[in-house]
Design a protein around this ligand. Structure first.
Ligand code: FPP
Length: 261
């Protein structure tokens, strides 16, 4: 599952999987005397640009936190506005997404969404299913803990039925049970809006992700914001628990105890 820049592979300077917590729509709107929903609408415009930029620079997986399980607790009108925006996005972007080889995927509980939103998103997924250039994943009614717990429950049920042996369950096996099963580990996790927390996003998949927290509000996210974050990522040494010397040296040449022979 591990991918990305491990310091010994110059081909991985572009993160394979970028995930974004798109925070700050509400504050962006409030600071302009607008309704929160207008901030989300402007946020949808920033989504289009981020998708275009990620595709252009060669990111293979872009995952966006569009609606968390916790977001259901927001005022009803705001939830409805977000659901409508998703429908608009699906209808307006489908042709461009398909033309650009972008496949749309969903993590979370799509079945929890209102029927019209669910249908629009399902249609978008079917329409773009052949895309091979980049996978755009929308996290919808998504919770990282929920995804882990449901995977554990499903494995427990199968183990009780004798279909899975406890000793078979390793990280890869476990990941296959999650709604993120088709995604590689996150290489670069970006959060806008000035907060420095991960808010239940991709908890399992971001174990070794580089984290970038930006003070700007999501509607102010520009193509160069993404390219700068990616350039900084390219300078990081990803060690995956190893020492710097280990990741600098080809595996065969490294002796952890510095023994000769
Ligand atoms: C967090 O900002 C943002 C969200 C809960 C929704 C994100 C949705 C979009 C960017 C637009 C629709 C998405 C797509 C894919 C078309 P916030 O409202 O919590 O901001 P605040 O912290 O300033 O209040």
């Amino acid at each position: 599952m591990v991918s990305g820049n491990n310091g010994s592979n110059s081909a991985s300077l572009i993160p394979r999987h970028v995930a974004i917590i798109m925070d700050g729509n509400g504050r962006w709107a409030k600071s302009r005397g607008l309704q929160r929903a207008e901030g989300h609408a402007e946020g949808a415009r920033a989504v289009r640009e981020a998708v275009e930029t990620a595709t252009r620079v060669g990111v293979k997986y872009l995952t966006l936190y569009a609606f968390s399980v916790a977001n259901w607790a927001r005022p009803r009108l705001e939830v409805e506005a977000l659901m409508r925006l998703l429908v608009e996005f699906a209808r307006q972007e489908r042709a461009d997404l398909r033309q650009n080889g972008i496949r749309v995927n969903v993590i979370g509980a799509l079945e929890d969404l209102p029927t019209s939103t669910r249908h629009a998103v399902e249609d978008l997924m079917a329409y773009t299913a052949e895309g091979e250039r980049m996978t755009l994943t929308l996290a919808l009614s998504y919770g990282g803990r929920q995804d882990i717990v449901e995977a554990a429950r499903s494995l427990a049920v199968r183990a009780r039925a004798g279909l899975v042996l406890p000793e078979e369950i390793d990280e890869t096996f476990f990941h296959r049970e999650m709604t993120t099963h088709s995604l590689p580990d996150v290489d670069l996790l970006i959060r806008t809006g000035g907060e420095t927390r991960v808010s239940d996003f991709l908890l399992f998949e971001s174990a070794y992700a580089e984290l970038v927290f930006l003070p700007i509000m999501w509607p102010d996210f520009k193509p160069e914001t993404l390219t700068t974050a990616i350039a900084e990522y390219g300078h990081k040494e990803r060690r995956f628990g190893k020492t710097s010397e280990q990741v600098q040296m080809p595996q065969s040449a490294f002796d952890p105890l510095d023994r000769v022979g």
